[in-house]
Design a protein around this ligand. Structure first.
Ligand code: ADP
Length: 188
């Protein structure tokens, strides 16, 4: 398994588990959310373009995100494998990602879905807000991000299920427990 996506609602633990998977499989983890946040912090052109969307919990326009990912995937560290966290996030991005992988002549091996119920997600994100102080972790924006997930991202995950590349893992429980479930799912 060298080319993977990790998908799931905000707060499901994608970032935490991505780091573990990346170490265990020796592949680079690329998080679109992290890239946007770094660029916003540095006030780069990309950051300035993305900021109002990220702060409001809306998706950054597909054209911006697709271009950014295509560029990132051509770096040397992504040549032999990657784990994408936060992309694709809707059906348009899936179509763009299909084109990107075909241009790079690589294939997607697996899409890992982390699940968790809504109340657990909200309480995790509210807790994270207190620790990290992320600008988009206020309760209103959190609820909005969950809605965006349900409307735009859930149908995209369904698409991967139909393609037969989806593996679902329960994201409830301790970090190590979830990590063990993921390891098991990736072996199967
Ligand atoms: P979470 O999944 O917890 O909401 P992320 O760090 O994955 O957090 O994303 C934070 C924000 O970054 C999103 O709300 C959105 O504004 C932007 N973003 C991340 N990935 C994408 C993407 N693939 N397309 C558009 N916007 C994105």
């Amino acid at each position: 398994m060298t080319r993977m996506l990790i998908v799931g609602p905000p707060g499901a633990g994608k970032g935490t588990q991505s780091k573990k998977i990346s170490e265990e499989h020796g592949i680079i983890a690329i998080s679109t959310g992290d890239i946007f946040r770094e660029n916003i912090k540095g006030q780069t052109e990309l950051g300035k373009e993305a900021q109002k969307y990220v702060d409001a919990g809306n998706l950054v326009p597909d054209s911006v995100t697709n271009r950014m990912i295509e560029d990132r995937l051509t770096w040397d560290d992504a040549k032999d494998g990657f784990l994408l966290d936060g992309y694709p996030r809707n059906r348009t991005q899936v179509a763009a990602f299909d084109e990107i992988t075909s241009r790079l002549d690589v294939e997607l091996d697996v899409v890992l879905e982390l699940t968790a119920d809504r109340e657990e997600l909200i309480s995790r994100l509210v807790r994270r807000a207190e620790i990290d102080g992320r600008a988009d972790d206020t309760e209103d924006v959190i609820r909005h991000r969950l809605e965006v997930f349900e409307q735009e991202t859930a149908p995209m995950i369904e698409e991967y299920r139909q393609r037969g590349v989806l593996k679902q893992v329960d994201g409830l429980g301790a970090v190590e427990e979830v990590g063990a479930r993921i390891a098991e799912a990736l072996k199967a």
